[in-house]
Design a protein around this ligand. Structure first.
Ligand code: SAM
Ligand code: SF4
Length: 349
């Protein structure tokens, strides 16, 4: 699509036109990645962060929450619960730390999960910006996918929401390191950021294409009361939710064979938001399996769903809901991005 065609989708509030766009995106998904939905159980294992992103509820300067870090045994045990429930993969996510103790800790956790699941459980990491050496160590210890959102590909907007200690080019370089090492690489953006235009969002899609990204995790931006962005802007959540669906459909139509997640932020704005995301072209769901005692301390934004539930409390309900809307679930499978295998084969030629 041209930029104008993408903007036409993003700007539309014409139900018939949008139904047709979602139906086309769904057909493209069936053709290029198949009908199965793959689960990545998210374990949000620590809210300690060295960064101060203006939008995020667990940013360093937020003093209104207590900080936690799950012990290794508990992270591994939670991963094993997901494994036994037939999930193909887990996603380990936390605030950003890059000290030696943290790097060793993650390496140790990865090795244990791999050993205790006979290397069967896939592991995705989402632990922010690290050195190439660290990414390499974690890859060798068993992680094979990495998620690092660019947040917005508009450099000026990026700097505006990341005022100090952050650099757009460093983040971009991290994506390159990850690709060179051999990870399946995911990125994404927040949708509906203050100051973000439809043109910016269309450019984000071209960014994913240019950077040859394998997996996309995008979601609506949702405010958090203890962040600096709250006072300055009025956010239209309904608009951001519908933009979220339109972005999923546009990315599917444009990139075709990548994995696209229907993210928790969609569910936060609409109880069936993730199912709607699947119908618009997404093929990955990331159920939160963090033990309940930690969930209220990992509030990136307000209204995060299921904060009182335990590991697989929503599992049956979610599976039934997916089956009832005609989706199939890919149990015990990694569900890797077909795009990665094409890219990797090409790179090795
Ligand atoms: N610290 C790592 C990083 O930033 O890459 C991983 C964890 S971070 C909490 C994961 C993602 O949460 C970020 O990439 C950001 O897009 C998203 N996020 C943070 N605050 C948000 C908000 N207020 N609304 C929607 N998404 C948010
Ligand atoms: Fe830290 Fe990630 Fe939140 Fe930024 S988005 S403050 S790096 S947890």
């Amino acid at each position: 699509m041209t930029k104008e065609e993408i903007i036409k989708i993003l700007a539309s509030d014409e139900p018939d036109f949008l139904e047709e766009v979602y139906a086309r995106a769904y057909q493209v998904k069936l053709k290029y990645v198949g009908k199965k939905v793959y689960f990545r159980g998210i374990i949000e294992f620590s809210n300690i962060c060295r960064k101060d992103c203006l939008y995020c509820g667990i940013r360093r300067s937020n003093k209104n929450l207590s900080r936690f870090s799950m012990p290794k045994e508990e992270i591994v045990e939670t991963a094993l619960i997901a494994y036994k429930a037939g999930y193909g993969s887990v996603l380990l996510q936390s605030g950003e730390r890059a000290d030696g103790e943290f790097i060793d800790f993650i390496e140790d956790v990865l090795k244990s999960i791999k050993r205790l699941t006979s290397k069967e459980l896939g592991i995705t990491l989402s632990l922010g910006e690290q050195s190439p050496e660290t990414y390499k160590r974690w890859f060798q210890a068993g992680a094979h996918r990495y998620l690092l959102r660019i947040e917005t590909s508009n450099k000026a907007l990026y700097q505006h929401i990341h005022p100090d200690g952050h650099d757009y080019d460093i983040r971009l370089n991290c994506l390159k390191f990850l690709k060179d090492i051999g990870y399946q690489v995911g990125t994404g953006v927040m949708i509906g950021l203050p100051g973000q235009t439809l043109e910016d969002l269309a450019e984000d899609i071209f960014f994913f294409q240019r950077e040859d990204i394998d997996m996309i995790g995008m979601g609506p931006y949702i405010v958090h009361k203890d962040t600096p962005l709250i006072d300055k802007y009025k956010i239209d959540s309904e608009r951001n939710f519908s933009l979220g669906l339109k972005m999923i459909a546009s990315v599917r139509l444009q990139l075709k064979d990548v994995n696209i997640a229907a993210t928790t932020a969609l569910q936060a704005l609409d109880r069936t938001g993730r199912e709607k995301g699947l119908k618009a072209g997404a093929n990955i769901i990331m159920p939160n399996i963090t033990p309940s005692e930690y969930r209220d301390k990992y509030q990136l934004y307000e209204g995060k769903p299921c904060i009182k539930e335990d590991a697989l409390a929503c599992d049956d309900c979610l599976k039934n809901r997916l089956l009832s809307v005609g989706e199939e679930i890919g149990y015990k499978r990694w569900g890797d991005s077909p795009h990665f295998f094409k890219r990797w084969k090409f790179a090795k030629r």
